[in-house]
Design a protein around this ligand. Structure first.
Ligand code: C5P
Length: 282
């Protein structure tokens, strides 16, 4: 095999509780990761005479890009050099709480493992992906999952959210590291394994108990994100929450018409995307 093309999907966090600070500087958290399969970066890996990495966003063409980081880690482990031409068509906004960089890194690990027949097992890929970022393990499968620990202890859940999910990013970039530094962890008061089942999800979102611990401090620094969330609720969303450490806010709607109305009431310059309920199968 010479070439692989892969879709690296986005994700949202439906609920995010920061439980405790760990000795290694990271935090233990609890969250429900949900993949957004119709919003994705499109990445091509092709064996070539020399290494190259290009991206539709030229500012991302550097060694600190998580795709290149994944490649370098595999080179270190396998004591080799990959002559490969990589191209990334970027669609997922960055620093947005949608996991774009992490998803790209997971796509790189999966693709290089296959292209060069490295025979790394899923468990080994999880360990390697944690060297790149806490959200990367989720994207090795990109299936709905409760995440614990740094986010790598995953319990996959057979829950398909039968809603139109409107994603709005107000072009604010938030550093995850800084967002964590402003949080005072507290144990979760919600039982994630109870809320995220097909039978309980609807009542869960209505209960008001599904929260994101980053919201309070991020809203303090960026009141416009709080206003965005309030506008989405006022404009008919059944549920709205910030994803990850922000700044994307997503909102759930039962019909595409309602989602379109809410989307069109927001400023033109914002990133806007409506994910369809059937996208999970594509
Ligand atoms: O793992 P990742 O590189 O995405 O994390 C960026 C930063 O966010 C970490 O350096 C750490 O400060 C913080 N973080 C954390 N606990 C997590 C995930 C990230 O404290 N579970």
């Amino acid at each position: 095999m010479k070439r692989i093309e892969i879709k690296a999907p986005a994700k949202i966090n439906i609920g995010l509780n920061i439980v405790s600070k760990r000795d290694d500087g990271y935090h233990n958290l609890e969250t429900f990761f949900y993949p957004i399969h119709d919003l994705y970066d499109y990445i091509t890996f092709e064996k070539a005479d020399k290494f190259s990495f290009t991206c539709t966003d030229a500012s991302l063409e550097n060694e600190s890009n998580l795709i290149v980081k994944a490649l370098r880690i595999l080179e270190d482990i396998k004591k080799t050099h990959f002559n490969i031409a990589i191209h990334c068509e970027k669609h997922i906004p960055m620093g947005a709480g949608l996991g774009g960089g992490s998803s790209d890194a997971a796509a790189a690990l999966i693709s290089l493992n296959e292209l060069y027949q490295l025979n790394l097992k899923y468990e080994e890929l999880v360990t390697i992906s944690l060297l790149i970022g806490s959200d990367v393990p989720f994207f090795l499968k990109s299936k709905p999952a409760i995440g614990r620990g740094r986010g790598e202890i995953l319990t996959h859940v057979d829950l398909e959210i039968n809603k139109f999910i409107l994603l709005i990013n107000p072009n604010i970039h938030i550093s995850t590291k800084e967002a964590f530094s402003r949080i005072k962890p507290e144990p979760s008061n919600i039982d994630y394994s109870k809320y995220f089942t097909p039978a309980s999800f609807q009542s869960g979102i209505k209960s008001g108990n599904i929260r994101n611990d980053f919201e309070a401090s991020v809203f303090e620094f960026h009141p416009e994100i709080k206003e965005l969330k309030e506008r989405l609720i006022a404009n008919g969303a059944e549920f709205a929450l910030m994803s990850g450490s922000g700044s994307t806010v997503y909102a759930l709607f039962s019909s595409s018409e309602e989602a379109i109305i809410a989307r069109d009431l927001l400023p033109d310059g914002y990133f806007k995307f409506i994910s369809r309920p059937d996208s999970y199968f594509h």
